[in-house]
Design a protein around this ligand. Structure first.
Ligand code: HPA
Ligand code: ZN
Length: 336
């Protein structure tokens, strides 16, 4: 079996995917046209040409601009369905999707417009494609904690449809401590907790996300290798890391994939997973992330099985939901 076929056959969970980051330029233009929204680019080609990033902020500026095409419930539904079709092809059995309500409510959209559209797509993905999913609300860390509290208030009537909260956007200068109170409230509400940490920010932010915010997973976390004691501790604690190699490459966290810390993290016993982050902007969905990383870091089939297994173990599903996926994974591993 060729490597890409083996990767596709592995049942996997995608645990780090921003739904707004799956908006392909073609769909962006289609929506902008039907919604009468003017985009900063003349056409799809010009849009793609603008995706030459130098760091996280240079990406975020363009990512927030693109989200302006999303206006109606249907847009959020169509956006998520387009992602689910891509995920299906890559052998994703389960996904925990990030969404950024503040990006949309700041433009005057109702919180419910966003949530209703995404939720309807999640149900369709289950019934039509057999993909299960959960929604994770991310707070934008460049905004004040008060804004996060206001967003949480809007979410409270809908907590049966929101599984957890996360923290994204500009990392440097916006440490986990800034959101300690709102995360404590989310914890009281019984929400699952995750946070981006150690993407561009230091390893200290990873420790603070765990110790101050009590997160159950770290998103990115690739700078953990700067702190060997922290690596040892988080390996023991089995904290999952949702690593996104093509994102790290495009945002110049590493100069090339062969220098990526993923293999060292895996070797140190950390619960590493591979994910796509913002696939429409970074040049590849989850399968491409597995494939390019496997080639650049010379990952064995065994290591790829471990990574896919980590994604199933790191997901927020029940053991009963997880069991058939794990069984299928072990069967694929044996056939390799
Ligand atoms: N980092 C921070 N914020 C983000 C990202 C990311 O990788 N993707 C979308 N928002
Ligand atoms: Zn991310």
């Amino acid at each position: 079996m060729e490597l890409h076929e083996f990767i596709r056959a592995l049942p996997k969970a995608e645990l780090h995917l921003h739904i707004e980051g799956s908006l392909e330029p073609e769909l962006m233009f289609e929506m902008a046209q039907r919604n009468g929204v003017k985009l900063p680019y003349a056409n799809v080609e010009e849009t793609r040409a603008a995706y030459a990033f130098t760091d996280l902020q240079s990406f975020l500026d363009i990512y927030y601009a693109g989200a302006a095409a999303l206006i109606h419930e249907r847009d959020f539904h169509d956006l998520a369905m387009a992602y689910f079709y891509r995920a299906k092809v890559d052998g994703v059995v389960h996904t925990e999707i990030f969404f950024d309500p503040q990006t949309h409510t700041a433009r005057g959209l109702a919180f419910e417009t966003v949530l209703d559209g995404l939720e309807r797509a999640c149900q369709e993905a289950q019934s039509q494609l057999g993909i299960s999913s959960r929604l994770i609300l991310c707070f934008l860390r460049h905004l004040p904690e008060e804004d996060a509290f206001r967003t949480l208030e809007q979410a409270v009537p809908h907590l049966s449809r929101i599984h957890g909260v996360g923290l994204d956007s500009s990392e440097k200068g916006h440490p986990p401590a800034k959101f300690q109170r709102v995360f404590a409230k989310c914890r009281e509400l019984g929400l699952h907790l995750v946070a981006h940490a150690g993407e561009e920010g230091p390893a200290d932010y990873i420790r603070d996300a765990v110790d101050l915010l009590h997160v159950e997973r770290i998103d990115h976390g690739v700078r953990v290798t700067d702190d060997p004691a922290l690596v040892e501790r988080l390996a023991k604690e089995k904290i999952p890391f949702t690593v996104c190699p093509l994102s790290n490459l495009k945002l110049r966290v590493f100069p090339d994939l062969s220098t990526h810390s993923l293999k060292r993290m895996l070797g140190a016993g950390l619960r590493v997973t591979i994910n796509s982050d913002d696939p429409a902007y970074f040049g590849g969905y989850i399968g491409q992330n597995y494939l390019e990383t496997a080639k650049a870091l010379k990952l064995s089939k065994n290591e790829l099985v471990t990574i896919a297994r980590n994604s199933l173990l790191g997901s927020f599903v029940t053991d009963a939901e997880r069991a058939p996926w794990l069984a299928k994974l072990e069967a694929v591993a044996k056939s390799a």
